[in-house]
Design a protein around this ligand. Structure first.
Ligand code: UD1
Ligand code: UDP
Length: 383
């Protein structure tokens, strides 16, 4: 049988981190001809991931511009991908998650009647505008895709409730595969402030915040809460790698500049991030990826959002929804910093999101779907 020509398409930091181990898996397997196209919806934050995983995309649409609108991102991706598909006609396109690149990638492939595989399928909040625009991006890709690689059984059930049951595989999340390659005991940080922190004596609180639905009052509340936590807890060191979005940069620096125990630093590369997380006391975040990674490392997480499409770790007790209001964020952070029993109750490693072999299952699922393998991969089951 001919090799299966598979094109992976991604554009932002989290997509790159989660697609990188899959690109490697496809490159390793003789049944595939792997080809990679980045939209570069993100530039610097994408390139550091490509460097670390040594991925050299065959196509780079280079679409990033500061503060561009969602329509601009989507239309540039659509037009760019049309041209790419004219040059290479893949048998299968793989998109990931819920970004504008994901939606445009699936739509462009649909226009050319190319088979679509959706990695990290089936996550839902059920709220059209939360997260915005991600909930609609992933729902629409769920309609367009032919193959759906769900991280968890509960993601599979979400698709089933929408009438999608063909071509569905439960694989675990590829981010857990990535985590297995980055965390090391003897890791030295390039960012000097991270080497100087006393991880034994101090409580290192890792913070990230970037979601569009938090722009405005929610982000004001979150930053004010962080300032309060830093002021009232001299034993804590807040480390906040600030997303490059100009909106986020302005808000974070206005609230937190000049505080002795707050470290506003540039975005970290993925190895630095994972190793910092492994050494930290707890995590405050509105990120999707951090909600999956921190539980695997046994770190309590307060989610700075009103809802989450990742309920598994909340059910396992390592993640709490803190919301976006000043008072509740401060109350929950105080509890974790002051009450050892509350902290211990959340600080146990769980792995509801994967066992580190999601990429193998995805590759096997593709082969099964294309008639190159007799049996489907066994579904991922969380223990
Ligand atoms: C995007 C995704 C979001 C994902 C997030 C991960 C959409 C609509 N949103 O949001 O789902 O959670 O990425 O981080 O797809 N910038 C740079 N350099 C970079 C990256 C970003 O300067 O390497 C700045 C630019 O000014 C850019 C802005 O950040 O315009 C926002 O980037 P954009 O991709 O539009 O949205 P994100 O908020 O990053
Ligand atoms: N990340 C990183 N450096 C940072 C912040 C995040 O490498 O400074 C990683 C993080 O470990 C996770 C991914 O980026 O793997 C999450 O990306 P982000 O929070 O931007 O997006 P989301 O997951 O919310 O879509």
């Amino acid at each position: 049988m001919d090799k299966l020509k598979v094109m992976t398409i991604f554009g932002t930091r989290p997509e790159a981190i989660k697609m990188a181990p899959l690109v490697k898996e496809l490159e390793r397997r003789p049944e595939f001809e792997s080809c990679c196209c980045v939209t570069a919806q993100h530039r610097q934050m994408l390139d550091t991931v490509l460097d670390i995983f040594q991925i050299k995309p065959e196509f780079d649409l280079d679409i990033m511009e500061a503060s561009q609108s969602l329509s601009t991102i989507t239309s540039k991706c659509l037009l760019g991908l049309e041209e790419v598909f004219r040059q290479v006609r893949p048998d299968l396109v793989l998109v990931h998650g819920d970004t504008s690149t994901t939606f445009a990638g699936a739509l462009a492939a649909f226009y050319q009647k190319i088979t679509i595989g959706h990695v990290e399928a089936g996550l839902r909040t059920g709220e059209k505008y939360s997260p915005y625009p991600e909930e609609m991006n992933r729902s629409m890709v769920g309609r367009l895709a032919d193959l759906h690689f769900c991280p968890t059984e509960s993601n599979r059930r979400n698709l089933e409730a929408e009438g999608v049951s063909k071509g569905v595989f439960v694989t675990g999340n590829t981010v857990i595969d990535a985590l297995g390659t980055t965390v090391r005991k003897d890791f030295t940080f390039a960012e000097d402030v991270l080497n100087r922190l006393d991880y034994g004596e101090k409580k290192v609180v890792l913070v990230t915040c970037h979601r569009r639905e938090n722009y405005g009052q929610p982000m004001e509340d979150i930053m004010a809460a962080l300032a309060n936590i830093a002021r009232t807890h001299p034993e804590a060191e807040l480390v906040y790698p600030v997303h490059l979005s100009p909106v986020v940069q302005e808000c974070a620096h206005r609230h937190l500049d000049g505080m002795e125990n707050v470290h506003l630093i540039a975005p970290l590369d993925v190895e630095e991030m994972h190793n910092l997380m492994a050494r930290s006391y707890m995590v405050l975040t509105d990120s999707g990826g951090l909600q999956e990674e921190a539980p695997a490392l046994g770190k309590p997480v307060l989610v700075l959002r009103k809802e989450t499409e990742r309920p598994e770790a909340v059910e396992a007790g390592t993640v709490k929804l803190a919301g976006v209001e000043y008072g509740e964020i401060v109350r929950l952070a105080d509890e974790l910093l002051d009450d050892p029993a509350a902290y211990q109750g959340m600080a146990h490693a769980v792995n509801p999101y994967g066992d580190g072999t999601a990429c193998r299952r995805i590759a096997d699922g593709i082969l099964y779907h294309s008639g190159r393998r007799d049996t489907p991969p066994e579904p991922f089951k969380s223990r």
